[in-house]
Design a protein around this ligand. Structure first.
Ligand code: NAD
Length: 312
């Protein structure tokens, strides 16, 4: 398949590398100039489960979009949520009526942005449990296992969504076709909206968060806000199951992990995805007349911290 990956950070690098190694024709588009320069010079370099791997892939900045040749069958989006609009404004010329777009970002409501650029029947949504990180421009760390769940946004996209599942599976990405990806996206947003925002604010890892006093009540209150807002969008989130799922991480093999929002805010002083997680629940809550005091407070505190650390 001819695939363009928008955003060559950790996750974009993982998917690009694995899909390229499986024989797909992969092109990267990225807005980080140092990353583009490094990949052009030395290739995309990765620690791939302990094995050093280098792949040569074409990479363009969004302002060079007219240099990309034939149109892709599939565009996979792996920017950060807050980079989505800027990226799509720039890449409009490579989205033709036959191009499908798959969004695997964390966060809620990306379809509202993407619908402005892509027809609904060419839009695919999903989540992934794969992980990845960048150790510097052109260098990715890709360890562990994961999976992908995806689904077409409108019924007409089903055949292509199933083709993508097959292509991803052949690349070892463990993909499944989901019958209710919206539920999966909100469930994952509950995980990010509890662990990510709290670990970033408290500057702690997941295991340390689990040992704090009163954490059970706070998690349940945050999840209840996601559920109350989700109910206005036709979702019946199973709060007890989601709480158990989140609480289980405190003593799991990811207990020592510092979530990405911590890395963005505390370590790298980058803008976080809070607006698209707790922030979206707060905004949608206002729209539906549902109080979301915890999501509002978490969003505002993270935003204040972004100002204090001069996050870019
Ligand atoms: P990322 O920050 O690594 O990359 C996103 C974009 O930011 C890329 O264009 C990248 O080139 C750029 N970038 C990265 N580091 C930069 C720096 N220091 N300076 C300037 N630009 C930089 O993001 P990601 O981790 O690949 O995540 C992409 C999406 O996937 C997000 O929505 C994230 O929540 C989601 N996600 C991530 C993981 C994970 O383990 N990383 C897992 C599941 C989902």
């Amino acid at each position: 398949m001819k695939i363009t990956v928008l955003g060559a950070g950790g996750m974009g690098s993982r998917f690009a590398l694995m899909l390229h190694r499986a024989g797909n024709e992969v092109t990267l588009v990225d807005g980080w100039q140092a990353n583009i320069d490094a990949i052009r010079k030395d290739g995309l370099q990765a620690d791939f489960n302990g094995e050093p791997v280098t792949v040569k892939l074409p990479i363009y900045s969004p302002i060079e979009i007219d240099r990309i040749g034939d149109q892709a069958d599939l565009i996979i989006v792996f920017t950060k949520s807050n980079q989505l609009t800027t990226m799509f404004d720039a890449v409009r010329p490579i989205i033709n009526p036959d191009t499908y777009v798959l969004c695997l970002l964390n966060g809620i409501g990306h379809e509202d942005v993407l619908e402005k650029y892509v027809a609904k029947d060419h839009l695919l949504l999903g989540i992934t449990m794969w992980t990845a990180g960048m150790t510097g421009p052109g260098h990715a760390t890709l360890v562990g296992n994961g999976n992908v769940e995806l689904q077409n946004f409108a019924p007409a996209g089903k055949d292509f969504a199933q083709q993508v599942v097959q292509v991803f599976d052949e690349a070892g990405l463990n993909a499944t076709y989901s019958d209710n990806v919206k539920y999966a996206i909100w469930r994952k947003a509950c995980v990010n909206g509890t662990l990510n925002s709290l670990c970033a604010l408290l500057a702690c890892n997941i295991g340390e968060l689990g040992k704090t006093h009163g954490i059970e009540g706070l998690l349940k209150a945050i999840i209840a806000e996601f559920a109350a807002v989700g109910a206005h969008e036709g979702l019946q989130l199973d709060q007890a199951e989601i709480y158990q799922h989140v609480a289980a991480t405190f003593t799991s093999d990811i207990a020592d992990h510092y979530p990405s929002m911590y890395q963005d805010l505390v370590i790298n002083h980058r803008k976080t995805e809070i607006d698209f997680i707790n922030g979206t629940v707060w905004r949608k809550g206002e729209q539906y007349g549902v109080p979301t005091p915890d999501c509002q407070l978490l969003t505002q505190l993270i935003q204040m911290k972004e100002v204090l650390v001069k996050a870019k």
